[in-house]
Design a protein around this ligand. Structure first.
Ligand code: SF4
Length: 278
């Protein structure tokens, strides 16, 4: 499925500038998806890296698979209704895997102080509202569950949350304020039904574009294998708090190539199931 060669990034220029030189391996990745063949190159550091270092690469593969789905849909005469400024789906409960929660915390921590404070205040307001509605503790139980939470337990929580129509704490002026760091689940929801139907995603017959690889689930499975734990469902409003509580775990490192192997192995399994379904 992959081939590789060594790459040294601008080593001489970086040494001259006194910067740290990062060795990386380039992997040529080829994956067959139901919407076509995905081929791309991925650079992964050769040394030991934390799980967060593999998150952007994994999301990129998911986005490339999604682009194939979009092209496939357009070729079949369908239209993607999602447009910038439409944030109807940003009132749903967004699940994150543990690696994504750690990556989001890293992202928020490197923001300028005023921006970070603003976001933390918004998260605090959302937490207050969820506590008043009696949902915060239920969400926390889901995030900390030591077993996979079955759909029959998640569905009522998802419905109660969506019924409140709380805008995502990262949504500002109907635009995502953490666009480059948004969770994989936010990147995967595209619809071909009319946009107005998204105003009520429970009552209306919305037609989502198929997703060949659920990146959040894949990262969750990788993390579960690495740590011997259950894949987690961490609700977005509490992701930073969860990541802070579990900070110790986020400091563990693994070789970059072994992390990529785990990611690709889980992608292959997802794609196999998707081929069977369609
Ligand atoms: S993170 Fe961004 S895209 Fe995702 S729900 Fe929040 S505002 Fe919307």
């Amino acid at each position: 499925m992959t081939s590789q060669r060594m790459v040294l990034y601008d080593a001489d220029k970086k040494r001259a500038r006194g910067e740290r030189v990062v060795m990386a391996e380039r992997f040529e990745v080829a994956l067959n998806t139901p919407a076509g063949r995905l081929t791309t190159a991925i650079d992964v550091p050769t040394g030991f890296i934390p799980i967060t270092a593999i998150v952007p690469v994994t999301r990129r593969l998911g986005e490339e698979a999604a682009r194939l789905e979009v092209r496939h849909a357009i070729e079949a005469g369908q239209t993607i209704s999602c447009r910038m400024g439409c944030a109807a789906c940003c009132r749903m409960l967004v699940p994150l895997s543990a690696p994504e929660a750690f990556a989001l915390r890293e992202y928020v921590e490197q923001l300028p102080t005023d921006r970070r404070t603003h976001l933390l205040n918004r998260l605090s307001d959302t937490k207050d509202r969820l506590m008043r509605e009696g949902l915060w503790d239920r969400l926390n139980d889901v995030a900390e569950a030591s077993r996979p939470v079955p759909d029959e337990e998640l569905d009522p929580i998802n419905r109660s949350y969506y019924a409140l129509r709380i805008p995502c704490p990262y949504l500002e002026n109907e635009m995502c304020s953490i666009y480059e760091a948004r969770p994989a689940a936010c990147r995967e929801l595209l619809v071909t039904s009319p946009a107005e139907l998204c105003q009520d995603l429970v009552q209306n017959p919305v037609t989502p574009l198929p997703v060949s690889m659920r990146i959040g689930s894949i990262l969750g499975l990788v993390w579960g294998t690495l740590t011997g734990s259950s894949p987690r469902f961490i609700p977005l409003p509490m992701a930073l708090e969860w990541a802070e509580r579990h900070e110790e775990e986020s400091r563990r490192t693994w070789s970059g190539s072994s992390l990529l192997d785990q990611v690709l192995d889980n992608m292959w399994r997802f794609l196999s199931q998707e081929f069977q379904k369609r």
